[in-house]
Design a protein around this ligand. Structure first.
Ligand SMILES: [Zn+2]
Ligand SMILES: [Zn+2]
Length: 149
C-alpha cells in the first residue's frame, strides 16, 4: 500500500475502505470511527466535515484550519463515548504532540464531537517518529521539517 492509498488515521487500511466513505456519508458508527475520520479530515483540510461533525452547542463559529502539518495519530483508549489519543504535528518550526481525551455523543444516529481535555507538549527528539518510520524523530520528520523551513 502506498502512502497515497493508506488512510491518514493510521489504521493500516486503505483510505477508500476506512475514513473516506465515513467522511463522504457522515456514517461513523462509533466514537472512535468519528475521531479517526475527523483526524483524517484535519490532515486533508476538510473543514466542512469537521464543522458538520461538531456538536452544535460547542462548534466554534469562527473555526479555521490552522497551518499545522499532521504527522500521525495514535488511539490510546476508546470506549463508548470517549477517545483518548495522541496526535503529532508541526506548527511553524516546532514538532508538538497533542494528547486529548475527546467526548462524543450520538445524535439522531450521527456521532458528534462535543469537547475534550487536551495538553500540548513538544516532541522529544529521541522519540520514535510519529509518522511510523520506526526511526527517531530527530533523524526523520524533524529533519524534513527544518529542510523545508
Ligand atoms: Zn481511517
Ligand atoms: Zn517521521
Amino acid at each position: 500500500m502506498t502512502k497515497l492509498e493508506a488512510c491518514p488515521c493510521g489504521s493500516n487500511k486503505a483510505f477508500t475502505s476506512c475514513c473516506q466513505p465515513i467522511i463522504a456519508n457522515d456514517s461513523a458508527t462509533t466514537a472512535e470511527q468519528l475521531m479517526r475520520s475527523r483526524y483524517s479530515a484535519f490532515v486533508l483540510g476538510n473543514a466542512g466535515y469537521l464543522l458538520k461533525t461538531w456538536h452544535p452547542d460547542t462548534c466554534p463559529h469562527d473555526f479555521q484550519l490552522g497551518q499545522s502539518r499532521w504527522l500521525g495519530l495514535k488511539i490510546l483508549h476508546a470506549d463508548s463515548n470517549t477517545v483518548t489519543f495522541t496526535a503529532a504535528f508541526h506548527a511553524g518550526n516546532k514538532g508538538m504532540i497533542l494528547k486529548e481525551t475527546s467526548r462524543f455523543v450520538c445524535m439522531d444516529k450521527h456521532w458528534r464531537y462535543v469537547d475534550g481535555d487536551c495538553e500540548v507538549t513538544p516532541i522529544k527528539r529521541n522519540d520514535l517518529c510519529f509518522c511510523g518510520s520506526s526511526i527517531k524523530y530527530k533523524n526523520c520528520c524533524a529533519k524534513r521539517n527544518s529542510s523545508e523551513a
